[in-house]
Design a protein around this ligand. Structure first.
Ligand SMILES: Cc1cc2nc3c(=O)[nH]c(=O)nc-3n(C[C@H](O)[C@H](O)[C@H](O)COP(=O)(O)O)c2cc1C
Length: 123
């Protein structure tokens, strides 16, 4: 008998809502910015604005950053965080409790090179 895997997609109720918000605000660059909070090694919250890059099929929200930033250190030792995302045009707020997964060039060079190549010089 051959071994196999069974993949069972789970529908996240927020996914369609978020995609609809993104679609309705696709001409408003600010709607791609959200706030992501992490927790530092003293337990204090740390919050910053980031650019939304992509929503994966498996419901991961993708951001691009640099390993020299505090968020990299913070999420590497404590993956828990929160995203707060306000769409001013549609007056919708989303808050996601998140568990961050850090992927570096060492983990997946191909995937990261592809994302970095899409960034503008300013980005
Ligand atoms: C509009 C806006 C968009 C930003 N987008 C990103 C981003 O996509 N990735 C990123 O690493 N920093 C981004 N930044 C900078 C972060 O807010 C933050 O200053 C930086 O990542 C360092 O944060 P940290 O040291 O707390 O990790 C953005 C800032 C602004 C104002």
């Amino acid at each position: 008998m051959d071994s196999s895997t069974l993949q069972i997609p789970v529908v996240a109720p927020w996914r369609q809502l978020l995609l609809a918000s993104l679609q309705r605000t696709k001409d408003i660059p600010e709607s791609r910015y959200f706030q992501l909070a992490s927790v530092d090694n003293t337990g204090a919250p740390r919050c910053r604005t980031l650019v939304f890059r992509e929503l994966h099929q498996d419901n991961e929200i993708i951001i691009i950053s640099d390993t020299r930033t505090e968020k990299f250190t913070e999420f590497s030792s404590n993956p828990r965080g929160q995203i707060c995302w306000y769409f001013a045009h549609t007056r919708e707020q989303y808050r996601f409790d998140v568990t961050a997964q850090v992927t570096t060039f060492i983990d997946n060079e191909l995937w990261l090179t592809e994302h970095w190549s899409r960034l503008s010089d300013a980005g």
